[in-house]
Design a protein around this ligand. Structure first.
Ligand code: ZN
Length: 199
């Protein structure tokens, strides 16, 4: 290979670590960026620098935004009494794309896993129970993945809320076994939410 390309190779190596990109598509993406330096590459670099400095977790729900309270938690038009519980921020963003849910969210940050030694304290479960006790929550909608760990987590949360007077429901059909919420189309998410059932 011609000399003087170390920086470009280093960029390709970093890009290849992104989900969905391997070395081959990273190389293609970098070449495209260089060709579109002013139109695409510089704005991308600026945007990344900006977000790298400002992105943070919402202290209430765990969503990612640019302030301590995310735009959903600070939106007074959203129902306080309903909390949709998801595993990951990607699931929250998938739910939002469907525009079907008008309540608030809680991101657990994973699922309980005996194998990986993940207990309730490692997730944002204690924080969820605190919110339910102090925020006048009437319904919890469990939108957890249909994996074994996802369902174990759902049962654990439902168990913790037994006798609390809070309605616990879960997304209806449409969440594929072992599949992730993020891969469902918006219409399927809305339908699964409308047809949610008592857990
Ligand atoms: Zn939030």
């Amino acid at each position: 290979m011609a000399g003087g390309t170390e920086d470009i190779e280093a960029l390709i190596d970093i890009m290849a670590k992104l989900p969905g990109l391997g070395p081959r598509s990273a190389r293609r993406a970098v070449l495209h960026l260089i060709k579109k330096r002013a139109l695409l590459m510089q704005p991308l670099a600026d945007a990344m620098t900006g977000v790298a400095a400002t992105a943070r977790e919402c202290l209430t729900c765990g969503n990612i935004g640019t302030s301590d309270t995310c735009s959903i938690c600070s939106n007074s038009e959203r129902a306080n009494g309903q909390i949709c519980v998801v595993e990951d921020v990607a699931d929250l963003w998938a739910m939002e794309r469907g525009h079907a849910f008008k309540g608030r969210y809680h991101v657990l940050g994973g699922t309980l896993s005996a194998l990986d030694d993940v207990g309730p304290e490692e997730l944002r479960i204690p924080k969820l129970l605190d919110r339910i006790r102090s925020d006048g929550v009437s319904e919890i909608i469990l939108a957890l993945n249909a994996t074994v760990d996802g369902q174990t987590t759902a049962h654990y949360i439902a168990g913790e809320l037994e006798g609390s007077g809070v309605t616990v429901s879960s997304l209806a059909q449409g969440v594929p076994v072992g599949g992730e919420l993020d891969y469902l189309d918006d219409g399927t998410i809305s339908a699964a939410l409308r047809a949610r059932k008592a857990f």
